[in-house]
Ligand binder design. Structure first.
Ligand SMILES: [Fe+2]
Length: 213
């Protein structure tokens, strides 16, 4: 092979590679749509009187909820990464004892009355919601999770669940494993980090929710 043809081949390979994987293709790749998950049996029968975005403090109670304070925030986006305006989110989860504020929970008598159990957050002008809650704990049959319902104008309701990175029970959780696509599954698993910049001793995590828009 002559020297000229080798150089030509190199140029062709380079040109082909840049056609296959130019950086801008990745930048515009659609985001992974947040997978839906079952609502489960513990969505509140009656919403609590205090239903704000701070689940750690119940209005009229001096004590805060038992558990590790955890700030969860994120944006509601469409597949192109544009913010979805006017969205409202609901979350609900069990308390630090693994008990839901629900008549169907057999542990109701030992429920932490200082944990709100349910909260709502509207997104702000930048599409961002935030909750102050406790780090979710496991209960029999489930790895730690927080239930989410996302309401956005002109779309249906997305019901899903958020999980915590590194939880050993994640590998055995039937509902989490039911999300077959690894990227979709990863999209509902959130890393929690120390949140010293927000609140001493607390954790924080980012859960962006991508609607099928
Ligand atoms: Fe649950």
């Amino acid at each position: 092979m002559s020297r000229i043809s080798v150089d030509r081949r190199r140029i062709l390979i380079g040109a082909t590679a840049s056609l296959v994987a130019p950086p801008f293709v990745y930048a515009q790749a659609p985001r992974v749509v947040t997978p839906g998950q079952t609502e489960g049996p513990f969505y509140p029968v009656a919403l609590p009187a205090d239903r704000d975005a701070d689940l750690v403090r119940v209005q009229g109670r001096a004590a805060e909820a038992v558990g590790q304070v955890t700030h969860i925030s994120g944006r509601v986006l469409d597949k192109r990464g544009e913010i979805v305006r006017g969205a409202m989110l609901e979350i609900w989860q069990c308390d630090a004892n693994g008990v839901y504020d629900h008549p169907g929970d057999s542990g109701l008598r030992r429920r932490d009355q200082a944990f709100q159990g349910y909260g709502r957050s509207d997104v702000d002008g930048s599409g961002r919601y935030s909750f102050r809650t406790i780090r979710p704990v496991p209960y029999p049959g489930r790895t730690p999770h927080i239930h989410f319902k996302v309401h956005a104008p002109g779309t249906g309701v997305l019901t899903t669940q958020m999980y915590v990175e590194g939880e050993p029970l994640n590998e055995r959780d039937g509902l989490l494993r039911s999300i077959r696509d690894p990227k979709a599954r990863q999209s509902v698993i959130v890393r929690l980090d120390p949140a010293g910049d927000i609140e001493g001793g607390a954790l924080k995590g980012t859960f962006d929710i991508v609607l099928d828009l």
